[in-house]
Design a protein around this ligand. Structure first.
Ligand code: PRT
Length: 134
């Protein structure tokens, strides 16, 4: 999947400077981040509605639209796909699965994955959620 997204990201970058009259991507860049964010949110809602209605075919179609609009927003924000893959790998290394760090130490996974149990414990730092391995 990451290959597809990376190819799409390059296509979006290439389309950014095309004629907005013929390129949706160029039109989104012309209209700016707030329009991109609106389209992304719309697509997310369409995925949710189709999922609730158990219409898996529609979920697939709308998910492709969602990922397209996300890629456009990434490009606009100067985020590259590899930046996101790196963050996901960091989380996976930290917790064994690609998820956000728990907000409080009590929510750390009870059964750590072999990769995590072999690692040094995650220690909660003072203040807001940031945790560093020691
Ligand atoms: N991957 C996509 C892609 N996925 C979805 N979409 C468009 O995003 C829209 C999302 O569906 P919506 O129902 O929200 O949009 P709509 O209601 O039809 O129309 P709007 O309300 O958005 O104006 C659809 O019109 C799709 O055509 C895409 N448009 C372009 N790409 C790729 O982006 C690259 C640049 O293409 P251009 O933007 O055409 O230059 C190419 O590689 C394209 O394949």
């Amino acid at each position: 999947m990451s290959d597809s997204l990376e190819r799409l990201y390059l296509a979006v970058l290439a389309a950014r400077d095309l004629d907005p009259a013929t390129s949706r991507t160029a039109r989104l860049f012309q209209r700016g981040p707030s329009k991109m964010a609106k389209k992304l949110a719309e697509e997310a809602i369409e995925v949710v509605i189709d999922a609730v209605n158990r219409d898996s075919e529609a979920v697939i179609r709308e998910s492709a639209d969602l990922l397209y609009n996300l890629t456009v927003l990434w490009a606009s924000a100067g985020v590259r796909p590899e930046d996101v893959w790196q963050e996901m790998t960091r989380r996976e290394d930290m917790l064994g699965i690609a998820e956000k760090l728990p907000k409080s130490p009590m929510k750390l996974p009870k059964v750590a994955s072999p990769r995590v149990s072999a690692r040094r414990p995650i220690v909660a730092l003072e203040g807001r959620g940031a945790r560093k391995r020691h």
